[in-house]
Design a protein around this ligand. Sequence first.
Ligand code: GLU
Length: 572
Amino acid sequence: MLAGAIALGLIAGPPVAAGKTPPGEPGKVATAVGTGGAAASVDALATEAAIESLRKGGNAVDAAVTAAGVLGVTEPFSSGIGGGGFMVIRTPGGEVTTIDGRETAPAAMQPTSFFESGAPLSFDAARYSGLSAGVPGTVATWDEALDRYGTDSLRRALKPGAKVARKGFQVDQTFFDQTESNVDYFDDVPSTAEIYLDPDGTPRDVGTMLRNRDMARAYKRIAKHGPRGFYGGPIAGAMAAAAQDPPVGEDADHVWRPGLMTEQDIGAYAAPEREPTRVGYRGLDVWGMGPPSSGGSTVGEALNILEGYEPLGADRAQALHRFLEASRYSFADRGAYLADPGYFDVPLSGLLSDSFAAERRSLITDQAADAGPVEAGEPRDNEGDPALVNTTETPGKSTTHLTVSDRHGMVVSYTFTIESIGGNGIVVPGWGFLLNNELTDFDYSDPAHPNAPAGGKRPRSSMAPTIVTRDGEPVLALGSPGGSTIITTVLQILLERFDLAKTLPEAITAPRASQRNGTTTSAEPAFIAAPEARLLQDRHGHAFTRATPDPPAEIGAATAANARLVFALESA
Ligand code: GLU
């Protein structure tokens, strides 16, 4: 939760910023109210670019892709053309659809590709390597979204991002800290060090203008040739080479294992349009991202469990207890049943059925089930449930979420990432962008797991871009970074907003807790200090640990937009 670090924009109406601008973070406000369209991201330049696109008559998809292009430059450790993500789109006509821009594993990948001498690699050895890089899906996502739902060309949408790459942006403290956490590996790779480190090997100082001419060149090439300029030709060649033979310097002090990605793998990439997940919740429709993300199904299952409590709790502590327990059981099911649907028969309709939710709810008592992980249920028994028919109608982590809406009622909720902060640490030589380490999202140490690596497969994600509608009209849209805490962050914000009488900004700033089928619940310090935490411990038997990394000990830099009437917007 990072209420102070959100950049918001509104295109018309009173440009009121109802919130404070954090010192040293120009252009950022916690909340804003207005009409005519809105954008919320973690970066002021990106939000401005979205607003400018809307002002020029672009729709929400045009504005989202434009802002995403800027985020790829200014948030290069969290997002960009070297990674992937998921976009949920609500059209002005009221349809909801999604684009799956998740990275794919190279064709040669095997369930044991991350093993050496019979044992799985450590996380860092797996991550900082060519092996962890999946074929990036971001450029294909942008192209698909614009092609099907936008009005702008990719060429125009990439202009603001290319300009920021060329002219530069100012390094802030967060950027400095994110670089610092990677210095030990970035300084092994000359193409990475040249951009992100000073000549003495330390991070670029706060206040430095950081220019990335190579990334501007990559954007220019994609602008000129379209996605073929990325999935073929010199960029594809350079990506495959960087993954197969990591471009480390002679004095590198780590082993960078070679990867498997070929130009053929890159050329074969596609970002399919998929049905969203949908659950009904207290008269609302909650739309999310289906497999290979576990976001929509896990948020959806937990909401279905919680809908059976009316009200959610007799007091706030009981409501939060049920939230934590519903999350615990839903995570048990997520762990057992969520993977790329092209490789594993995901029992999605069972997971999202009311009858399965009732089975899981019946296991929840007034005491936390935290003696050990709870077991997964049997959603397959519920797949024939007639109630299902409409359910699917249609470690220090990174990632960024962007929410945009326009005056016509088009809404975009887009989460994208390169997985860890700094991805796999390899800037593709000559092209200025970091490769992702998304393939560490596979259960790579368990070759029999549904989410084990395989050629062409997409690793399971937790990203949960979400749109909420009522009677077909948009109510709000939200999403968050934070690895698997994304799911609990989105769930908690929805509950705070719809069950616990908070406004959207209050729901976003409420201290968060995250129960993911563990023996303890990780929580922000402010949550642990709140009176409910004592009741949760004493009355319901919960145990809390401080969220890491410490600092900031925060869970999820969520962004959201709240649509009311004709797009009066309020965001935090
Ligand atoms: N790679 C993660 C996922 O897809 C997101 C990265 C993060 O937010 O930590 O679930």
